[in-house]
Design a protein around this ligand. Structure first.
Ligand code: ADP
Ligand code: ADP
Ligand code: ZN
Length: 214
């Protein structure tokens, strides 16, 4: 099962992608997590990506596409994967389509998690991230057992630099300008599925599993 998660920043793509990955036993590939890991480890890629990310801008396509195309050819991706945060531009989508065509395969579904901008602002302010293991929480909707401590690995939780309100608005603008056109792209490709992302996390997941099957 080869899936793409579409939706605004904060729509719940990562939350749902992790649940999908666990249920269907496929890797969750988050380009944001890959960049954050590179920043943390001080790699060249991390250095290049950081200034774009901190400003709420997209990292240039040439730093993203090869990375993902390599990743989906690794052994653990043989039975599928769920891409979270990629593609985010039409050129990224075209590069993925071309690479998959070469490999003789295609995307099964691009799942659009639909959430209006007003809800997003509230979600992002309450998001807390574990930079050690990639887990995500919400102070109100998905609180950790102990405030500011990751349930999974015990590391401290942070409000991401790019989740501060001024940067969130910028990211939403970037989303509407550069990423939203992908809804049309994947509709034309015949693989778009829409889910109402304003529901509770469990209800969003149920809508997705109804689509994908048991
Ligand atoms: P969110 O989950 O809130 O949508 P991500 O973790 O997916 O955020 O991405 C954080 C940042 O990483 C983005 O704002 C962007 O700067 C960068 N990024 C992640 N994926 C991509 C991509 N496919 N293309 C360009 N930039 C990306
Ligand atoms: P994305 O990957 O699309 O940026 P996340 O999955 O990180 O979004 O979710 C953004 C924030 O909203 C997180 O704090 C998460 O816990 C919370 N969240 C996710 N889904 C829901 C939901 N259905 N209802 C309320 N809060 C949610
Ligand atoms: Zn953790």
């Amino acid at each position: 099962m080869k899936l793409i998660m579409l939706g605004a920043p904060g729509a719940g793509k990562g939350t749902q992608a992790k649940k999908i990955a666990a249920k269907y036993n496929i890797p969750h590939i988050s380009t944001g997590d890959i960049f954050r890991a590179n920043i943390k480890n001080g790699t060249e890629l991390g250095k290049k990506a950081q200034s774009y990310m901190d400003q709420g801008l997209l990292v240039p396509d040439e730093l993203v596409c090869d990375l993902v195309v390599d990743r989906i050819q690794q052994e653990d991706c043989r039975n599928g994967y769920v891409l979270d945060g990629f593609p985010r531009t039409i050129p990224q989508a075209e590069s993925l389509t071309a690479a998959m065509e070469k490999l003789g395969t295609k995307i099964d579904y691009a799942i659009n998690v639909e959430v209006p901008d007003e809800n997003i602002l509230k979600r992002m302010g309450g998001r807390r991230a574990c930079l050690a293991c990639g887990a995500t929480y919400h102070v109100e909707f998905n609180a950790p057992k102990t405030a500011d401590i990751c349930d999974t690995c015990g590391a401290g939780l942070v409000l991401r630099e790019d989740d501060k309100p001024e940067t969130v608005q910028k990211r939403l603008d970037v989303y509407h300008a550069q990423t939203q056109p992908l809804i049309d792209y994947y509709t034309k490709a015949g693989v778009l599925a829409e889910v109402d992302g304003t529901q509770d996390m469990e209800d969003v997941f149920k809508a997705i599993t109804d689509l994908l099957g048991e």
